[in-house]
Write a protein that binds this ligand. Structure first.
Ligand SMILES: *Cc1c(COP(=O)(O)O)cnc(C)c1O
Length: 413
């Protein structure tokens, strides 16, 4: 930051403070991660300067021969990671990718069948406050009330009743494995497009810690910045038969010039995910989530669905007499970052919520393993148990800082 420090000390100060916050807190927000310095270097580069509307080999501006090399690397690497026939790496973010996927496959006013939103979906899957709930008719399936997992017989029944044009699987707060094969079969049987939004689990899939959506899905969207550990952004993958519709929906349908610095950073991240070490990362993320979940349960916490198969878990705090919002604030006070989250059939409004969502992708990137996860579970429990005791909370915060110091973040910066 030496250049920015001199050029804009005011802004550099804000960035420096944020770096300090990231270094000195335990990041348990399930959608966050720490990118490599190589990814960061590509993002903050001169590729930003180029206009390259269109696609490799078919650009509306001259001078794109090297940009094409970079975008093609991103595409080829993504194809290998996900066994995809066609990839568009231009979507700016997950929400845009979903909009473009709908534009490519269904008509305005068509019906989408997705999960009941408070049970783990994403706003862009049909919330009335999102474009998705305004442009399309939305029907929903829900979690089994007993197991709090997705019951495929129920999904089939809902699909047969609703006859949607698009069946969507993919979640922001679902701790279990997604049965893409069964979702694909149901979609085929009712004549719907099968779409998966793997924003959260893309890194687990790339690292072999969750089953692949292809060949069961027609179209798959993902962000690139969650478990996949790349830059903020997204991509759409699809069967060859949808390739041209997807490319048109992205540009000129929804976007203009692609962010080629971000696409280069996606290429770097995909290259990292293709390395054998990434398999180890993905499996450690899952092992860490299990260790954190097990320790919390042994401390008397109820986990939605009784645990986790992936990188995240939902802790139902009702038994502990604290709301999600209050727990989020309390934990933030001891430098543990989490987010409040609805639990299935939550009596609270989303702003308050009865639970918190915890995920292990970021701390696993820092190098933490099962024993640290168990320690963190005990710190979370100690904070909740001693929430009125500022002395004890100060000691917990010290322990958090001790743990952070053992696993330095970006020591090179
Ligand atoms: C995070 C997320 C998105 C949206 O990503 P943005 O980049 O924030 O727009 C979409 N779908 C799911 C399932 C997500 O978890």
């Amino acid at each position: 930051m030496r250049i920015l420090d001199a050029a804009d000390p005011e802004l550099a100060n804000a960035m420096g403070l944020e770096l300090g916050r990231q270094r000195n807190s335990l990041e348990l927000i399930a959608s966050e991660n720490f990118i490599s310095l190589a990814v960061m270097e590509a993002m903050g580069s001169w590729l930003n300067n180029k206009y390259s509307e269109g696609y490799p080999g078919k650009r509306y501006y001259g001078g794109n021969q090297f940009i094409d090399m970079s975008e093609n690397l991103a595409i080829e690497r993504a194809k290998r990671l996900f066994n995809a026939e066609h990839v568009n790496v231009q979507p700016h973010a997950g929400t845009q990718a979903n909009m473009e996927a709908y534009f490519a496959t269904i008509k305005l006013g068509d019906k989408i069948l997705s999960i009941d939103l408070p049970q783990g979906g994403h706003l862009s899957h049909g919330s009335p406050v999102s474009f998705s709930g305004q442009f399309y008719r939305i029907a929903s399936y829900s979690l089994d009330p007993e197991t709090e997992t997705i019951d495929m017989d129920h999904v089939r029944k809902r699909a047969e009743e609703e006859k949607p044009q698009l069946l969507l699987c993919g979640y922001s707060a679902y701790p279990r494995t997604v049965d893409f094969k069964e979702f694909g079969e149901i979609a085929k049987d009712v004549g719907a497009i099968a779409m998966a939004d793997i924003a959260h689990i893309a890194g687990l899939i790339a690292g072999g810690a969750h089953p692949q959506p292809f060949p069961h899905m027609d179209i798959v969207t993902t962000t690139t910045h969650k478990t996949l550990r790349g830059p903020k952004g997204a991509m759409i993958m699809c069967k060859e038969s949808l390739a041209s519709a997807v490319d048109k929906a992205v540009f000129p349908g929804m976007q203009g010039g692609p962010f080629e610095q971000m696409i280069a950073a996606k290429a770097v991240a995909f290259g990292e995910a293709l390395k054998p070490e990434f398999k180890g990362y993905a499996s450690q993320v899952v092992k860490n989530a299990k260790a954190l979940a097990d320790e919390l349960m042994s401390l008397g916490y109820r986990l939605v669905s009784g645990g986790t198969d992936n990188h995240l878990m939902l802790v139902d705090l009702r038994k502990k007499g604290i709301t999600g919002r209050d727990a989020e604030r309390l934990l933030e006070g001891v430098d543990i970052s989490t987010n409040r989250n609805m639990v299935p059939n939550d009596p609270q409004k989303p702003w308050i919520a009865s639970g918190i969502r915890l995920g292990t992708p970021a701390l696993t990137t820092r190098g933490m393993r099962e024993s640290e996860m168990r320690e963190i579970a005990r710190l979370i429990d100690a904070a909740i148990a001693n929430r009125g005791d500022s002395k004890k909370l100060a000691a917990i915060r010290e322990s958090v800082h001790g743990l952070c110091a053992e696993f330095p973040l970006y020591p090179e910066l």
